[in-house]
Design a protein around this ligand. Structure first.
Ligand SMILES: [Mg+2]
Length: 236
């Protein structure tokens, strides 16, 4: 069972989508009545603490039940993805080369389904992903990566009971470590260009070589053909 993160994993961080997202989330915090500097502090704090700014908002602020979807509308849905993203035939080929008799391929994202589907459509990868496990922003108590419940719920939805059958790739080191802690079999940290975290608001810089708690660190998706060689079609 392969679990793929979507944002900054299936497309490169050089698209600067994360930065555009950061600006919109900041504006959303300000729209809730938070002063500029407090909005910034809380946004960064919540992202680091909960893996998703919205998760902190729903936990600590009485923002009402509809705000999750309003957040999605104001932040993710206004991103100029069609201009910023382009399908990469190499990534499509990579996913096509996974032997589907050996592994199912699902997405595991902290985005809402609207954003996740939109990204996969633009990247021309939607048909390569069987199902998308997304954050249900419409539920005020939704869970997200790196919370263990999110991973175990995903397994339940996929009907997988054995942690050691799960492979996972994500550009967020905390998400990778959380999966590994649960006993997922092989966890790959996608550390593009050797940068410790593709997001500008990622965890403090660490030496990528010292990425403890993961099984492999790769800087190009093509390296999956080596680290997960056992799920790729035999080309010999
Ligand atoms: Mg990501």
């Amino acid at each position: 069972m392969v679990w793929l993160d979507i944002d900054n994993t299936l497309y490169p961080a050089s698209t600067r989508i994360a930065e555009a997202m950061t600006q919109r989330i900041h504006a959303f915090f300000v729209s809730l009545g938070l002063p500029d500097d407090e909005a910034h502090k809380l946004h960064m704090h919540y992202y680091k603490e909960y893996g998703l700014a919205l998760r902190g908002l729903t936990r600590h602020h009485d923002i009402g039940t509809h705000h999750g979807l309003e957040f999605d509308k104001a932040c993710d849905q206004t991103l100029p993805l069609e201009q910023a993203l382009a399908a990469d035939p190499a990534v499509r080929k990579l996913l096509q080369d996974i032997d589907r008799s050996k592994a199912r391929v699902w997405a595991l994202t902290n985005a809402y389904i609207t954003h996740a589907s939109r990204v996969l459509d633009i990247l021309n990868l939607r048909d390569q992903i069987e199902e998308i496990i997304y954050c249900d922003y419409s539920n005020p108590t939704f869970s997200c990566k790196p919370e263990p419940e999110f991973f175990t719920e995903a397994m339940k939805k996929a009907g997988v009971t054995d942690n050691s059958r799960c492979l996972f790739i994500d550009d967020s080191l905390p998400n990778c470590r959380a999966a590994k802690k649960l006993g997922w079999h092989h966890v790959v940290w996608f550390c593009e260009d050797g940068r410790a975290g593709a997001h500008m608001h990622a965890a403090p810089m660490e030496n990528p070589k010292a990425a403890e708690g993961v099984d492999a660190v790769i800087s190009s998706l093509e390296e999956l053909r080596d680290v997960w060689s056992f799920i790729f079609t035999d080309k010999s």
